[in-house]
Ligand binder design. Structure first.
Ligand code: NAD
Ligand code: GLY
Length: 383
């Protein structure tokens, strides 16, 4: 095992804290780490995963947990966003009952954000709340989805419409898992990494952009320490925002509110929706969403043109995004207005004053014409 990065997530409201451990080969340590993080009474663990990820990483995870004397079973759910559903949730809750998990036992989510969100919600509901351990295997889940306790499923009313906040007890990030991740999933993850820096931390933005500039987009073993350090910096940033606004207080609109993490998401969700969730990976849509928000910021006189250009270069360095310039702006605008992130009937845009500092702007301050122009300019091909 190479060096392990360690980030503590400290939550004020629940007087709770948990560790995020990051390094190459961390999966072999999950048993010992779980023993330390869970209550001494913990005996049983249900791993929730999908076939693809479990075939790659299930055996290592199970072996490590069994070495630490846990009784381990697993449940495989379907692969893809459509399985983040009430139906899969019901199957997962039934599996928890069948496996006779007790209040002191735990759920392990082994996979990307879909598995993490679904398994976390099941853990929150079973017996009014089991401990759960996040083992994120996509870049997006390692830097974002596995930390902060948002767990949810989708319904016909939209994405993540049924969910709760349920913080994990432990997060294990094995950076080796990224070596099998398809390139588009890496691009999607890098877009979210650029987002976190752009929305709230200029140094993190520079560090992420430098890493991308100096790297081929593939993750190679020789860069493992640098990668683990960058992921740790990303997690530390997310943890600092979550610690200050654990439940995304709707009355807050300052530059440290959790809502700033939705930078790029207003248009991103609309792009996913108008293309039936088939064209873009979530992070790719957020890539374009950031550029739309950047254009709006410039048009409102908040953001300097050179900063917007830098943002464009950083998004371009994440990898090629699917085209978006053929999409009808009218359909995007009508999908935008249906976004659940609106408050009091108005969209709350996360815009930028500069790279690293977000500003929340009421949608009523943006004319339809400004929005149409921003969409036209920002949805041109990137990279
Ligand atoms: P995903 O979970 O669908 O995973 C992407 C694909 O990669 C899947 O096909 C998966 O099987 C595969 N995969 C995962 N790990 C792999 C590996 N190591 N090697 C090879 N293949 C692997 O997608 P995602 O981007 O990780 O997550 C997206 C989901 O996360 C969305 O549902 C989104 O709403 C949610 N999300 C949640 C939060 C949060 O705070 N809870 C934040 C951001 C996103
Ligand atoms: N991914 C946004 C959040 O966790 O708040």
């Amino acid at each position: 095992m190479s060096a392990v990065e360690h980030v503590r997530v400290r939550l004020k409201s629940e007087r709770q804290e948990y560790s995020v451990r990051i390094g190459a080969g961390m999966l072999a340590e999950i048993g010992d780490e779980a023993r330390q993080a869970l209550t001494p009474h913990a005996r049983r663990i249900l791993i929730v995963s999908n076939r693809k990820v479990f075939n790659l990483y299930g055996a290592r995870t199970v072996a490590s947990l069994r070495r630490a004397s846990f009784q381990v079973e697993h449940l495989l759910i379907g692969d893809g966003e459509r399985y983040k559903s009430l139906r899969t949730l019901e199957h997962t809750l039934a599996a928890l009952s069948r496996a006779r998990l007790e209040r002191s036992d735990a759920v392990v989510a082994l996979g990307g954000g879909v598995v993490g969100d679904l398994a976390g919600l099941a853990a929150a509901l079973h017996l009014r709340g089991l401990a759960f351990i996040q083992v994120p295997t996509t870049l997006l889940a390692q830097i974002d989805a596995s930390v902060g306790g948002k767990v949810a499923v989708n319904t016909s009313a939209g994405k993540n419409t049924i969910g709760v906040f349920h913080q994990p007890r432990l997060v294990i990030v094995d950076t080796e898992t990224l070596q099998t991740l398809p390139p588009r999933e890496l691009t999607a993850g890098w877009c979210e990494a650029v987002k976190q820096g752009a929305a709230g931390d200029r140094r993190l933005f520079d560090r992420t952009f430098n890493f991308l500039r100096n790297e081929s987009l593939n993750i190679t073993a020789s860069r493992a320490p640098q990668l683990a350090q960058l992921i740790a910096a990303q997690v530390a940033f997310k943890a600092s925002i979550v610690a200050g606004d654990e439940r995304e207080d709707v009355s807050r609109s300052d530059h440290r509110s959790r809502r700033i993490l939705n930078f790029g998401h207003t248009t991103g969700h609309a792009l996913e929706s108008v293309t039936g969730y088939r064209r873009f990976r979530h992070g790719e849509a957020v890539g374009y969403g950031m550029l739309v928000a950047g254009e709006l910021s410039k048009k409102l006189g908040l953001l300097d043109g050179s900063e917007l250009e830098l943002l464009r270069e950083a998004v371009g360095s994440c990898g090629r995004l699917p085209r978006a310039d053929d999409l009808d702006p009218k359909r995007i605008i009508s999908a935008l207005t249906a976004d659940k992130k609106s408050v009091g009937g108005a969209i709350k845009w996360v815009l930028l004053e500069r790279l690293g500092r977000a500003r929340i702007v009421d949608g009523r301050e943006i004319t339809a014409r400004t929005l149409r122009t921003a969409l036209r300019v920002a949805l041109q091909r990137v990279s």
